[in-house]
Write a protein that binds this ligand. Structure first.
Ligand SMILES: *Cc1c(COP(=O)(O)O)cnc(C)c1O
Length: 419
């Protein structure tokens, strides 16, 4: 095809081309601390931006509803084989469009509308799709959220057991979106067995840590394990489900035809590439470095008077309660953003403030670790955060910090960016 009939993006759509260039620059020049974000590699993005986006392939390998699957079946089977090796799973489904649809497939596989289900409440660090009221999962199921201990802010297994015995959930979710500690999968297994619940572990945030050996794995303990593919796992945006062989058919049928039509084959290829990257020895070092960096940053912040929920972190993220700094989470997050430090405002356990302007912020180290940053940069980050949070309205200070951030970022080129 000639360039005239099939022009490159810059020629075809300069407005979008410019916006992509702007985002590329923003991701280069800022400290990205949003705990769910990362930098996908150039290889992952090449696969994701490939001709595989053109193909329809409803069904599963060798059982498709359209012809022309000579290549697609191999792509999907390769992704599945690599993930089986990586996670030690009996069965893998790579078709969910993202983390939320993966979780919906679990409901569809094991529950009927109105069934009792349990998950960690959103303010305590759980995900919307674990039964929070505004989500379809809170509207179509009888959701009983459990929480964290008022003093320690850790998941309260006594409460989980008490509520489970009382409400007899069909489905028990474990796994979190804003919780800085290791999850005790076996403790959840015991409760699930005591009440006859299906145990679902959602490792959306930590799947990169799990397959990199930096967090215990729920595979083989939980009946079903869901994950996104774009957080610590560092693939394209997508979802995946691991389960025991006995649940394979229920899960596959729930994803297709239960919830979705054709799988996103370009994404499946990107997931396969990410899985291959995760199988390399360097990925273990990356997973460990994420946790080491989080610990360094937590120590540096604590030394500057920041109050971390649970008092620290075991994983890639931390939640800071800013009440003692006399600034709300939102004011702090917005000032930090102007200073080139990007994170999100977040409720803290038992937050007296509203979710739209809560008391805390959440931050994590996956993206900065992917750039190769370490202890020195974590110390700088804590310093910058301290200065900004102390004077969030001082625009001259914010601009000065932003310039210092840009200088450090220039020394750590990120995977996947064009600079
Ligand atoms: C991010 C996340 C999801 C949802 O993933 P999306 O891809 O945003 O739909 C589900 N569960 C948990 C625990 C998450 O952190």
């Amino acid at each position: 095809m000639t360039a005239e009939r099939d022009p490159a993006l810059q020629a075809s759509d300069p407005e979008i081309a410019k916006l992509i260039a702007d985002e590329n620059r923003r991701e280069h020049e800022t400290m990205r601390l949003i705990a769910s974000e990362n930098y996908a590699s150039r290889a992952v993005m090449e696969a994701t931006g490939s001709v595989l986006t053109n193909k329809y392939s409803e069904g599963y390998a060798k059982k498709r509803y359209y012809e022309g699957q000579q290549v697609i079946d191999q792509v999907e089977e390769l992704a599945i084989a690599r993930l089986k090796t990586l996670f030690g799973a009996e069965h893998v489904n790579v078709q969910p469009y993202s983390g939320s649809p993966a979780n919906l497939a679990v409901y569809l596989a094991f529950c009927k509308a109105g069934d009792p289900i349990m998950g960690l409440g959103l303010p305590a660090g759980g995900h919307l799709t674990h039964g929070w009221a505004v989500s379809i999962t809170g509207k179509y199921f009888k959701s009983v959220p459990y929480g964290v201990d008022a003093k320690t802010h850790r998941i309260d297994m006594d409460e989980v057991r008490k509520l489970a015995k009382e409400h007899k959930p069909k489905l028990l979710w474990c796994g979190t979106t804003a919780y800085p500690r290791t999850i005790d999968w076996k403790a959840f297994r015991e409760v699930a067995d005591e009440v006859g619940a299906v145990l679902a572990a959602d490792i959306a945030h930590i799947s990169g840590l799990v397959c990199g050996g930096a967090h215990p794995s729920p595979v083989g303990i939980a009946d079903v394990v869901t994950s996104t593919t774009h957080k610590t796992f560092r693939g394209p945006r997508g979802g995946m489900i691991f389960c025991k062989a006995q649940h394979a058919q229920a899960i596959d049928r729930a994803v297709f035809p239960g919830l979705q039509g054709g799988p996103h084959n370009h994404t499946t290829a990107g997931i396969a590439v990410a899985a291959n990257e995760a199988l390399q020895p360097s990925f273990k070092a990356y997973a460990k470095a994420i946790v080491d960096n989080a610990r360094s940053l937590a120590d540096e912040l604590t030394a500057r008077g920041f109050a971390l929920t649970t008092g620290g972190t075991d994983n890639h993220l931390m939640v800071i309660d800013l009440s003692n700094k006399n600034v709300s989470g939102k004011i702090a997050a917005q000032a930090l953003d102007r200073a080139g430090i990007v994170l999100n405002y977040n409720s803290v356990p038992f937050d007296p403030r509203k979710p739209f302007d809560p008391s805390g912020v959440r931050l994590g180290t996956p993206a900065v670790t992917s750039r190769g940053m370490g202890k020195d940069e974590m110390k700088k980050l804590a310093d910058w955060m301290d200065r900004v949070v102390t004077a969030p309205g001082d625009e001259a200070l914010l601009a000065k910090v932003a310039a210092e951030v840009r200088e450090v970022c220039a020394r750590f080129p990120a995977p996947g960016l064009r600079i």
